[in-house]
Design a protein around this ligand. Structure first.
Ligand SMILES: Cc1cc2nc3c(=O)[nH]c(=O)nc-3n(C[C@H](O)[C@H](O)[C@H](O)COP(=O)(O)OP(=O)(O)OC[C@H]3O[C@@H](n4cnc5c(N)ncnc54)[C@H](O)[C@@H]3O)c2cc1C
Ligand code: FES
Length: 343
């Protein structure tokens, strides 16, 4: 069916189980259109890596944004009809098999243009990027957007570090990956004034604002970005609730944003922050420092997690290890743990 006059077409997507259906443009993913239609579509990374959004295509056809996305295993590909909803753009009406409940209460992801307004080095290999979106961005603390950078066709997920304020400012803390497609552009080519395509917000590791429980946040490396957004928002919302941050890096040279965290802890007496270092100790640090992996340091500092909500973000291996040590050890119920694996 032709659409709006911009060359994109619109197709009807039907879920084979529930019979629910929604329209999806040929330039948007099944995931984005399903969420916009109010369906609780399954997903995690929204960028092709995790496989959480896998579906069976029983009728119709799609093209893949990232054809080699590892979210589909060689076995999935051999079946011939498995797709990733976060990568699939419809090329006709489709019927898909995916478990999607009704009632998506999260902000609707949209495409947007943004301009880079600030780039600052925070430590060796980590930079702050501030973008000004073309319109105010409605997001929840802890969510992320997909950035599509000039010169790199792929979409990569980056979490906002600022607290939502109903405005157009988006702050990111990004770690360089040697030889990485997106971070090469971010660290070597992007300058203030450049335009970037965005899509979002996405993410289910966001702050539960209706929870009465104390909050424990755990960040590995640039996983600090969504945890900082959550802490900033939570500190403003709940001056009396215990809010504990554990921030882990390998060495003192890899630390960043320490003064900002210390300022937050000084302003809000219930905010407590601990740094976890695998090796070495920083000089003159305004925050307590403990030796070890951040998950172990958190478990020492929080012997009883049973009454808390736990938020975590960082490298996939770190997140999985902490989930095993906490949910896997029955230290906290799974439905009180909210996370993003930076895959
Ligand atoms: C939910 C989430 C939030 C994140 N938030 C942050 C953050 O706040 N700060 C931060 O530093 N990092 C964050 N990341 C990691 C980030 O998305 C990138 O993986 C990282 O910056 C390395 O990207 P790269 O392109 O330089 O490396 P690459 O190795 O080129 O790519 C990294 C990953 O991107 C995917 N990819 C590769 N090619 C393509 C393609 N053509 N199209 C689409 N995807 C492709 C693959 O999964 C690959 O493993 C987050 C990741 C996730 C999933
Ligand atoms: S949500 Fe689609 S692969 Fe992760």
């Amino acid at each position: 069916m032709p659409d709006g006059g911009d060359g994109a077409r619109s197709y009807r997507i039907t879920l084979s189980g529930s019979g629910a259906s929604f329209d999806c443009r040929s330039d948007e993913t099944l995931l984005r259109a399903g969420l916009a239609a109010g369906l609780a579509m399954p997903y995690e990374c929204a960028s092709g890596a995790c496989g959480s959004c896998k579906a069976r295509l029983t009728d119709g056809a799609v093209s893949m944004r990232w054809p080699d996305a590892p979210g589909l295993s060689p076995r999935d590909r051999a079946k011939g009809n498995r797709i990733l909803c976060c990568q699939s753009l419809p090329t006709g009406d489709c019927t898909i098999g995916v478990r999607a409940g009704a009632g998506n209460a999260e902000p609707v992801p949209r495409p947007m243009l943004a301009e880079v307004t600030e780039i600052a080095d925070l430590c060796d290999g980590v930079r702050r990027f501030v973008l000004q979106a073309a319109a105010p961005v409605d997001f929840l603390a802890g969510q992320f957007v997909l950035l599509r950078l000039p010169g790199d066709g792929g979409y990569r997920a980056y979490s906002m570090a600022n607290a939502p304020a109903g405005d157009d400012r988006l702050e990111f803390l990004i770690k360089a990956k040697p030889g990485g497609g997106a971070t090469d552009v971010l660290f070597k080519r992007l300058t203030a004034g450049d335009r970037v395509d965005l899509e979002g917000p996405y993410g289910r590791g966001y702050l539960r604002e209706d929870s009465p429980r104390p909050l424990v946040a755990l960040a590995g490396g640039s996983g600090l970005a969504p945890m900082l957004s959550i802490l900033r928002r939570a500190a403003g919302l709940w001056p009396d609730k215990p809010l504990h941050l554990y921030f882990g890096v390998d060495t003192p040279a890899a630390l960043f944003c320490v003064d900002e965290i210390a300022a937050l802890a000084a302003r809000y007496p219930r905010v407590r922050a601990t740094l976890a270092l695998r090796e070495g100790r920083p000089d003159d640090c305004p925050l307590p420092v403990e030796a070890g992996l951040v998950g172990e340091v958190m478990r020492r500092g929080e012997p009883d997690l049973s009454a808390a909500d736990l938020y975590l973000a960082g490298p996939g291996g770190m997140v999985d290890a902490v989930l095993t040590q906490t949910v896997g050890a029955n230290a906290i119920p799974a439905d009180r743990v909210f996370f993003d694996r930076f895959v």
